[in-house]
Design a protein around this ligand. Sequence first.
Ligand code: F6P
Length: 544
Amino acid sequence: MNITSSAAWQAIETHRQSLSSAPLRQLFADDPDRVAALSLSFEGILFDFSKQRMASNTLPLLLALTGEARLAEATTRMFSGEKINVSEDRAVLHTALRRSGAPFPSAAFDVMGEVLPTRQRMADFADRIRSGQALGFTGQAIRNVVNIGIGGSDLGPKMLGYALRSIAHPALGVHYVSNLDGAQLAPLLQTLDPRTTLFLVASKTFTTQETMLNAQTARDWLVANLGDAAAVAQHFAALTAKPERAVAFGIRQESVFPLWDWVGGRFSLWSAVGLALMIAIGPQAFGELLAGAERMDEHFRNTPFERNLPVVMALIGIWNTNFLGATTNAVLPYNESLKYFPSFLQQLEMESNGKSVGIDGKSLTYATNPIVWGELGNNGQHAFFQLLHQGGRLVPCDFIAAVRSDFPLPGHQEALLANCFAQSAALAFGKTADEARRELGRSLSGAALEELLPHKVFVGNQPSSTLLLSQLDPQTLGALVALYEHKVFVQGVIWGLNSFDQWGVELGKAVASSILPAFADASLAEALDASTRGLLAYSRQHLA
Ligand code: F6P
């Protein structure tokens, strides 16, 4: 059934029409209990969604969608290891990667027998590097680790590595290389000593062009500098679901760490793909990260939907997208250490739910995932916030901040938080013409005042949620990431699509492989379109 023809959907649409003239100012004035009613908390996380354009009876109406979409059954199917990723015929069990023990998802189909020993091997490997026991080909201790991977094999560990750098090993350098552009790898190699560098080749498929080319270049560099191909054994490890390909690349079996087809790339940071992160922060902190995510998994599975953070967050997104017509969602961390969180979320959300075909293969008749974008909030204030305040577009925002600083400096943290809170308040409540006139009246009058007045008015009513974390520790961050993962799952279920495949990225890869040979053999360009032929001709001219 098309969810938009359900009674629940129709009731929300009717409600939206009745609410359309009530701005956030009025909603706050009408309900003194609004903040208590429209906020939730989970351990170290406060989720305040009182500044969403919702009345007190909006959420109950939205909750009815979970029944229409059979969310409870879908959740049970995911956690029980059913192959809910139907187009790839795979189970979706990234939640197993953060479990502390016991057979999962069932005694009959238990993946923990592979998960726990792999986690232990990762910990042993990480400890040996952290303690300086792991030696390179020339007998010197490893001092720099380079994770070569892209997409899900890069963004999660990189994001969390930066978020947790206050607890990272002080003497180890951990670097991330993803881009095909040599401008990322080449300057990094110039700073590294091959005798003390370890490369982790992170690729679920071990075929991704970017990763394979960077890994090959890194290997050539290592062998050229150490003068012996045998050096590869001590300087490369692989994180992959295709161990045989890693071994064929020259990586020794004991340095290959597996993941499995039931772990999606963008959900893989909890697996061996997190090894660079584990090396940076240590196995114990990595374990705390997993524990935080596991706590969120349990919250998601066991909490009534009206108090369930991922469910409520998902419904807010659906309200903004499908009923208010928002086409984007801004992610605005007020914390330098969350710099990479927006790009991590871009993959998690847009690769999962950026689809217009339902799980049944039929075209969807309604909007799905908004465009997720974002930047550090404080920097954004002095760049693009102008548009959020006065550009006239609906842009729902996620403000994210940590109360306690991970790098405290006198006076900084209160000022940072004040800016975070001020921006969401200013976006929500704006400034009326009367208020602006009163303010301007202190220094202007007459025509000069009236001329300036329209520029000083802020319409407000821009919706936002604020996620306030007690601090950026591994456990809280684990819960935060799992919160967004489950939000994505819930939205996918309600939109009736498969959140766990990504066929949309394939066409570009295939086209690139048909263009590449035309650089070497111009005759191959004839089969290509006119624009590509022109771009190739110009490039060949300048490459020559
Ligand atoms: O091209 C998209 C994608 O398949 C992502 O889903 C994935 O995270 C990324 O490429 C990297 O894939 P792999 O880990 O197999 O190299």
